[in-house]
Design a protein around this ligand. Structure first.
Ligand SMILES: NC(=O)c1ccc[n+]([C@@H]2O[C@H](COP(=O)([O-])OP(=O)(O)OC[C@H]3O[C@@H](n4cnc5c(N)ncnc54)[C@H](O)[C@@H]3O)[C@@H](O)[C@H]2O)c1
Length: 368
Protein backbone atom coordinates (compact mmCIF):
# COMPACT_ATOMS: atom_id res chain seq x y z
CA UNK A 1 0.00 0.00 0.00
CA UNK A 2 1.52 3.43 -0.93
CA UNK A 3 1.78 5.97 1.87
CA UNK A 4 0.77 8.89 -0.36
CA UNK A 5 -2.20 9.09 -2.75
CA UNK A 6 -1.55 10.94 -6.00
CA UNK A 7 -4.79 12.68 -7.02
CA UNK A 8 -5.81 14.61 -10.16
CA UNK A 9 -8.74 17.01 -10.16
CA UNK A 10 -10.93 16.98 -13.27
CA UNK A 11 -13.12 20.06 -13.87
CA UNK A 12 -11.95 23.28 -12.27
CA UNK A 13 -15.12 25.24 -11.47
CA UNK A 14 -16.32 23.72 -8.20
CA UNK A 15 -13.37 21.33 -8.49
CA UNK A 16 -10.84 24.10 -7.84
CA UNK A 17 -12.11 24.30 -4.25
CA UNK A 18 -10.31 21.01 -3.57
CA UNK A 19 -6.87 21.88 -4.98
CA UNK A 20 -5.23 23.29 -1.83
CA UNK A 21 -6.92 20.66 0.34
CA UNK A 22 -5.10 17.84 -1.49
CA UNK A 23 -1.96 20.00 -1.69
CA UNK A 24 -1.88 20.35 2.09
CA UNK A 25 -3.21 16.92 3.08
CA UNK A 26 -0.26 15.06 4.66
CA UNK A 27 -1.09 11.79 2.88
CA UNK A 28 -2.01 13.20 -0.56
CA UNK A 29 -0.25 14.76 -3.52
CA UNK A 30 -2.14 17.02 -5.92
CA UNK A 31 -0.56 15.36 -8.92
CA UNK A 32 -2.35 17.02 -11.88
CA UNK A 33 -5.29 19.11 -13.00
CA UNK A 34 -7.50 18.59 -16.06
CA UNK A 35 -10.07 20.67 -17.85
CA UNK A 36 -10.83 21.39 -21.49
CA UNK A 37 -9.77 24.98 -22.14
CA UNK A 38 -6.04 25.66 -22.00
CA UNK A 39 -6.44 29.28 -20.86
CA UNK A 40 -8.28 28.51 -17.62
CA UNK A 41 -6.18 25.40 -17.02
CA UNK A 42 -3.02 27.50 -17.14
CA UNK A 43 -4.49 30.30 -15.04
CA UNK A 44 -5.35 27.83 -12.26
CA UNK A 45 -2.13 25.84 -12.72
CA UNK A 46 -0.09 29.03 -12.35
CA UNK A 47 -2.10 30.28 -9.36
CA UNK A 48 -1.63 27.02 -7.43
CA UNK A 49 1.81 26.15 -8.86
CA UNK A 50 0.74 22.86 -10.47
CA UNK A 51 2.98 21.71 -13.32
CA UNK A 52 1.13 18.68 -14.62
CA UNK A 53 -1.83 19.94 -16.67
CA UNK A 54 -4.10 18.06 -19.09
CA UNK A 55 -6.72 19.35 -21.51
CA UNK A 56 -7.52 15.75 -22.47
CA UNK A 57 -9.09 13.41 -19.94
CA UNK A 58 -7.95 10.35 -21.94
CA UNK A 59 -4.33 11.54 -21.74
CA UNK A 60 -4.67 12.11 -18.00
CA UNK A 61 -5.79 8.51 -17.49
CA UNK A 62 -2.64 7.26 -19.27
CA UNK A 63 -0.45 8.91 -16.58
CA UNK A 64 1.20 5.91 -14.85
CA UNK A 65 2.02 7.84 -11.66
CA UNK A 66 -1.60 8.81 -11.05
CA UNK A 67 -3.50 6.84 -8.36
CA UNK A 68 -6.89 8.58 -8.28
CA UNK A 69 -9.12 11.11 -10.00
CA UNK A 70 -11.56 13.49 -8.35
CA UNK A 71 -14.20 14.29 -11.00
CA UNK A 72 -16.02 17.66 -10.94
CA UNK A 73 -17.20 17.89 -14.56
CA UNK A 74 -20.80 18.53 -15.72
CA UNK A 75 -23.36 15.93 -14.66
CA UNK A 76 -23.65 13.95 -17.91
CA UNK A 77 -19.90 13.22 -17.82
CA UNK A 78 -19.76 11.86 -14.24
CA UNK A 79 -20.50 8.23 -15.05
CA UNK A 80 -18.57 7.90 -18.35
CA UNK A 81 -15.50 9.54 -16.80
CA UNK A 82 -15.76 7.45 -13.61
CA UNK A 83 -16.06 4.20 -15.59
CA UNK A 84 -13.11 5.12 -17.84
CA UNK A 85 -10.96 5.90 -14.79
CA UNK A 86 -11.85 2.63 -13.04
CA UNK A 87 -11.06 0.75 -16.25
CA UNK A 88 -7.70 2.55 -16.36
CA UNK A 89 -6.98 1.28 -12.83
CA UNK A 90 -7.53 4.57 -10.97
CA UNK A 91 -9.54 5.11 -7.78
CA UNK A 92 -12.46 7.52 -8.29
CA UNK A 93 -13.95 10.32 -6.22
CA UNK A 94 -16.86 11.87 -8.12
CA UNK A 95 -19.05 14.81 -7.30
CA UNK A 96 -22.83 14.29 -7.15
CA UNK A 97 -24.84 12.73 -8.65
CA UNK A 98 -23.00 9.51 -9.52
CA UNK A 99 -24.97 9.03 -12.75
CA UNK A 100 -28.01 9.97 -14.80
CA UNK A 101 -29.47 6.47 -15.37
CA UNK A 102 -29.79 3.08 -13.69
CA UNK A 103 -27.72 1.54 -16.48
CA UNK A 104 -24.83 3.93 -15.76
CA UNK A 105 -25.08 2.99 -12.07
CA UNK A 106 -24.85 -0.70 -12.97
CA UNK A 107 -21.80 -0.05 -15.13
CA UNK A 108 -20.01 1.95 -12.40
CA UNK A 109 -20.44 -0.97 -9.99
CA UNK A 110 -19.23 -3.49 -12.61
CA UNK A 111 -16.16 -1.38 -13.39
CA UNK A 112 -15.33 -0.94 -9.69
CA UNK A 113 -15.70 -4.69 -9.06
CA UNK A 114 -13.59 -5.60 -12.10
CA UNK A 115 -10.80 -3.16 -11.24
CA UNK A 116 -10.77 -3.65 -7.47
CA UNK A 117 -10.50 0.14 -7.17
CA UNK A 118 -12.56 2.36 -4.90
CA UNK A 119 -15.42 4.60 -5.99
CA UNK A 120 -16.74 7.31 -3.66
CA UNK A 121 -19.52 9.78 -4.47
CA UNK A 122 -18.40 13.06 -2.90
CA UNK A 123 -21.64 13.97 -1.13
CA UNK A 124 -21.09 17.21 0.76
CA UNK A 125 -24.09 17.01 3.13
CA UNK A 126 -22.91 13.85 4.90
CA UNK A 127 -19.66 15.58 5.82
CA UNK A 128 -21.30 18.90 6.79
CA UNK A 129 -20.96 19.99 10.42
CA UNK A 130 -24.75 19.62 10.85
CA UNK A 131 -24.60 16.01 9.72
CA UNK A 132 -21.52 15.31 11.86
CA UNK A 133 -23.38 16.76 14.87
CA UNK A 134 -26.39 14.47 14.31
CA UNK A 135 -24.12 11.48 13.62
CA UNK A 136 -22.54 12.11 17.02
CA UNK A 137 -26.01 12.20 18.67
CA UNK A 138 -26.78 8.89 16.95
CA UNK A 139 -23.49 7.28 18.00
CA UNK A 140 -23.90 8.42 21.61
CA UNK A 141 -27.41 6.91 21.68
CA UNK A 142 -29.06 10.30 22.19
CA UNK A 143 -31.50 9.95 19.28
CA UNK A 144 -32.69 6.57 20.50
CA UNK A 145 -34.39 4.50 17.84
CA UNK A 146 -34.54 6.33 14.50
CA UNK A 147 -38.20 6.37 13.46
CA UNK A 148 -38.40 8.64 10.40
CA UNK A 149 -36.20 10.83 8.19
CA UNK A 150 -36.90 13.80 6.00
CA UNK A 151 -34.71 15.77 3.61
CA UNK A 152 -35.20 18.70 1.29
CA UNK A 153 -33.06 20.55 -1.22
CA UNK A 154 -34.74 23.68 -2.48
CA UNK A 155 -32.75 25.74 -4.96
CA UNK A 156 -33.69 28.11 -7.75
CA UNK A 157 -31.27 27.29 -10.59
CA UNK A 158 -32.16 30.11 -12.97
CA UNK A 159 -28.95 31.52 -14.46
CA UNK A 160 -26.81 28.40 -13.91
CA UNK A 161 -24.96 26.69 -16.84
CA UNK A 162 -27.29 25.41 -19.58
CA UNK A 163 -27.21 21.73 -18.62
CA UNK A 164 -29.15 22.57 -15.42
CA UNK A 165 -32.08 24.15 -17.31
CA UNK A 166 -35.15 21.95 -17.06
CA UNK A 167 -33.30 19.16 -15.19
CA UNK A 168 -35.80 16.86 -13.44
CA UNK A 169 -35.52 17.95 -9.79
CA UNK A 170 -34.97 14.40 -8.55
CA UNK A 171 -32.04 13.88 -10.94
CA UNK A 172 -30.07 15.96 -8.44
CA UNK A 173 -31.48 14.60 -5.20
CA UNK A 174 -28.43 13.24 -3.42
CA UNK A 175 -28.12 16.24 -1.08
CA UNK A 176 -31.47 15.39 0.53
CA UNK A 177 -31.48 11.59 0.08
CA UNK A 178 -27.92 10.95 1.33
CA UNK A 179 -28.14 12.33 4.87
CA UNK A 180 -31.28 10.27 5.50
CA UNK A 181 -29.74 7.02 4.28
CA UNK A 182 -26.31 7.73 5.75
CA UNK A 183 -27.81 8.22 9.22
CA UNK A 184 -29.35 4.74 9.15
CA UNK A 185 -26.29 3.37 7.28
CA UNK A 186 -28.78 2.01 4.79
CA UNK A 187 -29.85 1.79 1.19
CA UNK A 188 -33.28 2.41 -0.30
CA UNK A 189 -35.42 -0.55 -1.28
CA UNK A 190 -38.27 1.23 -3.10
CA UNK A 191 -39.43 4.71 -4.01
CA UNK A 192 -42.62 6.51 -4.99
CA UNK A 193 -42.75 10.15 -6.12
CA UNK A 194 -45.27 12.79 -7.18
CA UNK A 195 -44.47 15.70 -9.48
CA UNK A 196 -46.11 19.03 -8.74
CA UNK A 197 -46.56 22.31 -10.61
CA UNK A 198 -45.26 23.16 -14.07
CA UNK A 199 -42.15 25.00 -15.30
CA UNK A 200 -41.85 27.14 -18.47
CA UNK A 201 -42.46 25.28 -21.74
CA UNK A 202 -38.98 26.24 -23.02
CA UNK A 203 -37.45 24.48 -20.01
CA UNK A 204 -39.73 21.41 -20.23
CA UNK A 205 -38.46 20.71 -23.75
CA UNK A 206 -34.87 20.20 -22.52
CA UNK A 207 -35.38 17.01 -20.45
CA UNK A 208 -39.09 16.30 -21.01
CA UNK A 209 -39.77 17.02 -17.33
CA UNK A 210 -42.69 19.37 -16.56
CA UNK A 211 -42.45 19.51 -12.76
CA UNK A 212 -41.48 22.43 -10.56
CA UNK A 213 -41.38 20.20 -7.46
CA UNK A 214 -40.92 16.49 -6.95
CA UNK A 215 -41.63 14.87 -3.59
CA UNK A 216 -40.82 11.24 -2.84
CA UNK A 217 -41.15 8.57 -0.16
CA UNK A 218 -38.67 5.71 0.09
CA UNK A 219 -38.39 2.56 2.20
CA UNK A 220 -35.02 1.53 3.64
CA UNK A 221 -33.95 -1.99 2.66
CA UNK A 222 -34.02 -4.53 5.56
CA UNK A 223 -35.12 -1.86 8.06
CA UNK A 224 -38.57 -0.73 9.19
CA UNK A 225 -37.76 2.93 8.52
CA UNK A 226 -38.95 5.22 5.73
CA UNK A 227 -38.01 8.69 4.57
CA UNK A 228 -39.40 11.55 2.55
CA UNK A 229 -37.54 14.02 0.31
CA UNK A 230 -38.58 17.16 -1.58
CA UNK A 231 -36.82 19.02 -4.39
CA UNK A 232 -37.38 21.99 -6.67
CA UNK A 233 -35.21 23.75 -9.23
CA UNK A 234 -37.36 26.15 -11.25
CA UNK A 235 -40.63 28.07 -11.10
CA UNK A 236 -40.95 28.92 -7.41
CA UNK A 237 -39.50 31.41 -4.94
CA UNK A 238 -37.68 29.98 -1.97
CA UNK A 239 -34.39 30.78 -0.26
CA UNK A 240 -31.72 28.12 -0.85
CA UNK A 241 -32.02 25.21 1.57
CA UNK A 242 -30.32 21.86 1.90
CA UNK A 243 -31.80 20.28 4.99
CA UNK A 244 -32.56 17.07 6.83
CA UNK A 245 -34.66 16.17 9.88
CA UNK A 246 -34.43 12.98 11.89
CA UNK A 247 -37.03 11.78 14.38
CA UNK A 248 -35.89 9.47 17.19
CA UNK A 249 -37.46 7.85 20.24
CA UNK A 250 -35.27 9.92 22.61
CA UNK A 251 -34.78 13.15 20.64
CA UNK A 252 -35.39 14.62 17.18
CA UNK A 253 -33.34 17.06 15.12
CA UNK A 254 -34.96 19.60 12.78
CA UNK A 255 -33.00 21.85 10.43
CA UNK A 256 -33.66 25.59 10.54
CA UNK A 257 -36.20 27.00 8.05
CA UNK A 258 -34.11 30.02 6.94
CA UNK A 259 -30.44 30.92 6.74
CA UNK A 260 -29.10 32.47 9.95
CA UNK A 261 -31.46 30.60 12.32
CA UNK A 262 -30.30 27.65 14.39
CA UNK A 263 -31.56 24.06 14.16
CA UNK A 264 -33.64 22.66 17.01
CA UNK A 265 -33.59 19.52 19.11
CA UNK A 266 -36.90 18.18 20.41
CA UNK A 267 -35.89 16.50 23.64
CA UNK A 268 -39.19 15.29 25.11
CA UNK A 269 -42.76 16.51 25.45
CA UNK A 270 -42.95 20.17 24.48
CA UNK A 271 -39.28 20.81 25.32
CA UNK A 272 -37.22 22.30 22.52
CA UNK A 273 -33.55 23.31 22.53
CA UNK A 274 -31.91 25.57 19.95
CA UNK A 275 -28.57 24.13 18.87
CA UNK A 276 -25.31 25.94 18.11
CA UNK A 277 -23.62 23.51 15.75
CA UNK A 278 -19.93 23.10 16.54
CA UNK A 279 -17.24 22.80 13.90
CA UNK A 280 -15.54 19.43 13.47
CA UNK A 281 -12.17 20.56 12.13
CA UNK A 282 -10.47 18.78 15.04
CA UNK A 283 -11.25 15.45 13.32
CA UNK A 284 -8.91 16.42 10.47
CA UNK A 285 -5.13 16.61 10.02
CA UNK A 286 -3.99 20.03 11.18
CA UNK A 287 -2.92 21.45 7.74
CA UNK A 288 -6.42 21.09 6.23
CA UNK A 289 -8.46 22.23 9.24
CA UNK A 290 -8.81 25.85 8.02
CA UNK A 291 -10.84 24.65 5.00
CA UNK A 292 -13.91 23.81 7.14
CA UNK A 293 -14.55 27.51 7.56
CA UNK A 294 -13.35 29.13 4.37
CA UNK A 295 -13.15 28.51 0.62
CA UNK A 296 -9.91 28.28 -1.28
CA UNK A 297 -9.85 31.82 -2.58
CA UNK A 298 -9.06 34.84 -0.50
CA UNK A 299 -11.64 37.14 -2.03
CA UNK A 300 -15.33 36.49 -1.44
CA UNK A 301 -16.00 37.36 -5.11
CA UNK A 302 -13.94 34.43 -6.36
CA UNK A 303 -15.70 31.69 -4.44
CA UNK A 304 -17.80 29.20 -6.38
CA UNK A 305 -21.49 30.21 -6.32
CA UNK A 306 -22.49 26.85 -4.84
CA UNK A 307 -20.05 27.43 -1.97
CA UNK A 308 -21.68 30.76 -1.12
CA UNK A 309 -25.28 29.55 -1.57
CA UNK A 310 -24.62 26.38 0.38
CA UNK A 311 -22.90 28.23 3.25
CA UNK A 312 -19.58 26.61 2.40
CA UNK A 313 -21.31 23.22 2.19
CA UNK A 314 -21.15 22.98 5.98
CA UNK A 315 -17.36 22.77 6.03
CA UNK A 316 -17.54 19.40 4.29
CA UNK A 317 -14.83 19.67 1.63
CA UNK A 318 -11.77 18.73 3.71
CA UNK A 319 -13.71 15.96 5.51
CA UNK A 320 -14.69 14.36 2.17
CA UNK A 321 -11.18 14.57 0.74
CA UNK A 322 -9.77 13.15 4.01
CA UNK A 323 -12.20 10.21 3.92
CA UNK A 324 -11.30 9.45 0.28
CA UNK A 325 -7.55 9.57 0.86
CA UNK A 326 -7.44 7.68 4.17
CA UNK A 327 -9.91 4.94 3.18
CA UNK A 328 -7.83 4.09 0.12
CA UNK A 329 -4.52 4.19 1.96
CA UNK A 330 -5.97 2.06 4.78
CA UNK A 331 -7.44 -0.41 2.28
CA UNK A 332 -11.00 -0.06 3.65
CA UNK A 333 -14.18 0.94 1.75
CA UNK A 334 -14.89 4.65 1.47
CA UNK A 335 -18.09 6.05 2.99
CA UNK A 336 -20.14 6.06 0.89
CA UNK A 337 -18.81 3.03 -0.99
CA UNK A 338 -19.75 2.29 -4.59
CA UNK A 339 -22.98 0.45 -3.66
CA UNK A 340 -24.23 3.21 -1.37
CA UNK A 341 -23.20 5.88 -3.89
CA UNK A 342 -25.26 4.41 -6.72
CA UNK A 343 -28.19 3.47 -4.47
CA UNK A 344 -28.49 7.02 -3.12
CA UNK A 345 -28.28 8.34 -6.71
CA UNK A 346 -30.89 5.86 -7.99
CA UNK A 347 -33.43 7.02 -5.38
CA UNK A 348 -33.59 10.27 -7.34
CA UNK A 349 -33.43 8.74 -10.83
CA UNK A 350 -36.24 6.28 -10.06
CA UNK A 351 -38.23 8.87 -8.11
CA UNK A 352 -38.45 10.88 -11.32
CA UNK A 353 -39.52 7.74 -13.23
CA UNK A 354 -42.20 7.24 -10.61
CA UNK A 355 -43.37 10.86 -10.89
CA UNK A 356 -43.79 10.38 -14.65
CA UNK A 357 -45.93 7.30 -13.81
CA UNK A 358 -48.20 9.10 -11.30
CA UNK A 359 -46.42 7.85 -8.18
CA UNK A 360 -46.06 4.15 -9.01
CA UNK A 361 -43.79 2.35 -6.48
CA UNK A 362 -40.49 1.28 -8.05
CA UNK A 363 -38.07 -1.28 -6.54
CA UNK A 364 -34.40 -0.29 -6.74
CA UNK A 365 -32.01 -2.88 -8.22
CA UNK A 366 -29.46 -4.27 -5.76
CA UNK A 367 -26.05 -4.63 -7.43
CA UNK A 368 -24.26 -6.35 -4.52
N1 LIG B 1 -22.35 20.59 -3.12
C1 LIG B 1 -21.91 19.89 -4.14
O1 LIG B 1 -21.70 18.69 -4.00
C2 LIG B 1 -21.68 20.53 -5.49
C3 LIG B 1 -21.63 21.92 -5.62
C4 LIG B 1 -21.36 22.46 -6.89
C5 LIG B 1 -21.19 21.66 -7.99
N2 LIG B 1 -21.26 20.31 -7.83
C6 LIG B 1 -21.06 19.41 -8.97
O2 LIG B 1 -19.86 19.75 -9.61
C7 LIG B 1 -19.99 19.65 -11.01
C8 LIG B 1 -19.31 20.81 -11.67
O3 LIG B 1 -19.97 22.00 -11.29
P1 LIG B 1 -19.46 23.41 -11.81
O4 LIG B 1 -20.45 24.39 -11.34
O5 LIG B 1 -18.04 23.59 -11.48
O6 LIG B 1 -19.61 23.19 -13.38
P2 LIG B 1 -19.02 24.05 -14.57
O7 LIG B 1 -19.83 23.66 -15.76
O8 LIG B 1 -18.88 25.47 -14.17
O9 LIG B 1 -17.51 23.51 -14.72
C9 LIG B 1 -17.27 22.23 -15.25
C10 LIG B 1 -15.78 22.00 -15.38
O10 LIG B 1 -15.60 20.73 -16.01
C11 LIG B 1 -14.67 20.88 -17.09
N3 LIG B 1 -14.95 19.92 -18.13
C12 LIG B 1 -16.05 19.83 -18.92
N4 LIG B 1 -15.91 18.80 -19.80
C13 LIG B 1 -14.73 18.22 -19.54
C14 LIG B 1 -14.03 17.12 -20.09
N5 LIG B 1 -14.54 16.42 -21.10
N6 LIG B 1 -12.82 16.81 -19.58
C15 LIG B 1 -12.29 17.51 -18.56
N7 LIG B 1 -12.91 18.57 -17.98
C16 LIG B 1 -14.11 18.92 -18.48
C17 LIG B 1 -14.84 22.29 -17.57
O11 LIG B 1 -13.72 22.69 -18.28
C18 LIG B 1 -15.04 23.02 -16.21
O12 LIG B 1 -13.78 23.27 -15.62
C19 LIG B 1 -21.47 19.59 -11.33
O13 LIG B 1 -21.74 18.39 -11.99
C20 LIG B 1 -22.17 19.55 -9.99
O14 LIG B 1 -22.98 18.42 -9.94
C21 LIG B 1 -21.49 19.74 -6.60
Amino acid sequence: MPDLLRVAIVGLGFGAEFIPIYQRHPQAVLHAICQRSREKLDAIGDAFKIDRRYTSYDELLKDPELDAVHINSPIHLHAPQAIAALEAGKHVACTVPAATSVDECRRIVSAAKASGKQYMMMETVIYSREYLFVRQLRDEGKLGRIQFLRGSHLQNMEGWPGYWEGLPPMHYATHCVSPCLALVQGEAQSVSCLGSGRIDDALIAKYGSPFSFETAHFRVRDQDVAGEVTRYLFGAQRQYAESFDVYGSKSSFEWQRVEGDDPVLHVGGEKVERVKIPDYAHLLPEPIRPFTTRGVYDAEDHQHLSFKQGSGHGGSHPHMAHEFVTAILQGRPTFPDVYQSVNWTMVGILAHESALRAGEWIILPDFR
